[in-house]
Design a protein around this ligand. Structure first.
Ligand code: HEC
Length: 146
């Protein structure tokens, strides 16, 4: 009886250890997969649904790739701002507003409804996207990793 209990306890311990190890391995894989998915979305390897403000028509796939407009990763003057950790995560004056920085939630908001962290509405040139939480988080992981 005692031996059976010991054996059961031992089995549970081993199973727990295997489960914990498998889960942490999966987490490591998930993180790099998330960044990879973000890169694929950014560069247009995934289909994106987007429209312009005040216009319900879905834009063609080829027109809404982030990389089309946010092609550079430095601060040189360009059509659209650089999507880098430095630009998004540090207090920066955007469009004449007070300094602000992005987090996952304000990033997804600007992509979905075109309003920045200080409540300023973006130019119409930046499309408004219908993104799943997973895709938005993947984009966020990608742009803040560079
Ligand atoms: C057709 C061009 C175009 C495409 C495609 C585009 N953007 Fe933009 N984006 C812009 C422009 C222009 C601005 C600046 C708008 C402004 O300052 O009012 C902008 C602004 C932004 C901002 C806000 C930055 C800030 O200064 O606060 C984020 C974040 C952003 N874009 C992310 C993305 C992502 C992610 C994608 C792809 C899913 C994307 N954009 C696709 C043109 C584009």
């Amino acid at each position: 009886m005692t031996r059976d209990l010991n054996r059961a306890a031992f089995t549970i311990c081993v199973m727990t250890a295997v489960f914990v190890a498998a889960r942490s391995a999966a987490n490591g894989v998930d993180l790099s997969r998330t960044v990879d998915l973000g890169r694929e979305i950014f560069s247009g390897q995934r289909t994106l649904v987007a429209h312009l403000r005040d216009d319900d028509r879905i834009l063609p796939d080829s027109a809404v790739r982030c990389i089309n407009c946010h092609d550079h990763a430095d601060d040189t003057a360009s059509f659209a701002p650089p999507l880098t950790s430095r630009y998004l995560l540090s207090d920066t004056r955007r469009r004449g507003g007070p300094p602000s920085r992005y987090n996952l939630s304000s990033f997804c908001r600007v992509l979905n409804v075109g309003v920045d962290p200080t409540g300023i509405v973006l130019k119409k040139a930046m499309p408004q996207y219908t993104l799943s939480d997973t895709d938005c988080a993947a984009l966020w992981s990608f742009v803040t990793a560079r």
